[in-house]
Ligand binder design. Sequence first.
Ligand SMILES: NC(=O)c1ccc[n+]([C@@H]2O[C@H](COP(=O)([O-])OP(=O)(O)OC[C@H]3O[C@@H](n4cnc5c(N)ncnc54)[C@H](O)[C@@H]3O)[C@@H](O)[C@H]2O)c1
Ligand SMILES: [Zn+2]
Length: 346
Amino acid sequence: MRALAFEGPGKRAFIEKPKPVVQEATDAVVRITKTTICGTDLHILKGDVPTVTPGRILGHEGVGVIDSVGDAVTSFKPGDRVLISCITSDGRCEACRKAMYSHCERGGWILGNRIDGTQAEFVRIPFADTSLYRAPAGVDEEALVLLSDILPTGYECGVLNGKVKPGDTVAIVGAGPIGLASLLTAQFYAPAELIMIDVDDKRLERSKQFGATHILNSRRDDAAKQVLELTGNRGVEVAIEAVGIPATFDLCQNILAPGGHLANVGVHGKSAELRLEKLWDRNITITTRLVDTETTPLLLKTIASGKLHPEKLITHRFRLDEVMKAYDVFENAAREGALKVLISAD
Ligand SMILES: NC(=O)c1ccc[n+]([C@@H]2O[C@H](COP(=O)([O-])OP(=O)(O)OC[C@H]3O[C@@H](n4cnc5c(N)ncnc54)[C@H](O)[C@@H]3O)[C@@H](O)[C@H]2O)c1
Ligand SMILES: [Zn+2]
């Protein structure tokens, strides 16, 4: 079969690899119909993720059809349409029994990392019963594929951890796919104001179509000062960090109202300063989280009912044999005006 593989730092190739087979009784092999590329795949290509070794097929997002299942798989059979979660869970370890699937002792984020991923014609999914979801009838595959990772990440790590409530003023720093997923799902709770902050005017403009009430370009403006002006010097109830650099974490801690929540979503490679001398008496909460995908069943219902339209985040479409070109576009997202690039393998 054909697949996109990591070939060492800075190198990727569209290669031929044997079709995966069921190895454990709890495995399923899924024929991929739709997949996409994540910012994390770009981190891997830079060599930032040492668990990914050369030859590894990338990708942890996908929708497909069950091709074969091991003897112990009871929930799925060949021909079933499924959503693949970016998080694999055995459903029975201590972490899984607490619904903290991201820290599953035998799973977690392994797809396209420790084992071959979804940017291929077929993928092997361990613990299929607890790592796959049945695709609801009639739901568009383009919407579905955004539920593998970005929607649950923006929702769980940003909106739920940030405790967004009706009437809140919410600032989201980073208008990439994850920040926009937080923007879409924050609206489940009817916040009064949604302020998007980024350095890319195109992304900021687009975020208005997704419900932003204010946009700020932090390269041009003093974003902290403007947020304070917008809120009558009070600050925001919720600041969601969806970039992953010290400057944006700092901005979030500078704009919090007393009692506010700072929900960190970004993956940080460097230490950020914690301004306890300013924050110690402000009753704030700071949270971090790796996406657990525990909200996937709930999010599936919101797209099945038409409440949520994540497919609006797809800007470019390619076939699997054009995946190298899809990466070229995604690597130059600002220039290309790209958010999510969809790859069809059927
Ligand atoms: N916690 C988790 O489980 C989890 C899961 C997936 C992704 N992530 C992380 O979430 C973050 C966002 O992911 P994404 O795919 O949307 O990334 P992305 O790179 O597409 O988006 C980041 C955005 O930040 C903006 N930005 C860069 N520097 C900025 C600055 N100084 N001020 C304001 N904005 C700035 C960029 O213009 C871009 O629009 C990444 O760090 C990613 O690794 C976390
Ligand atoms: Zn587990």
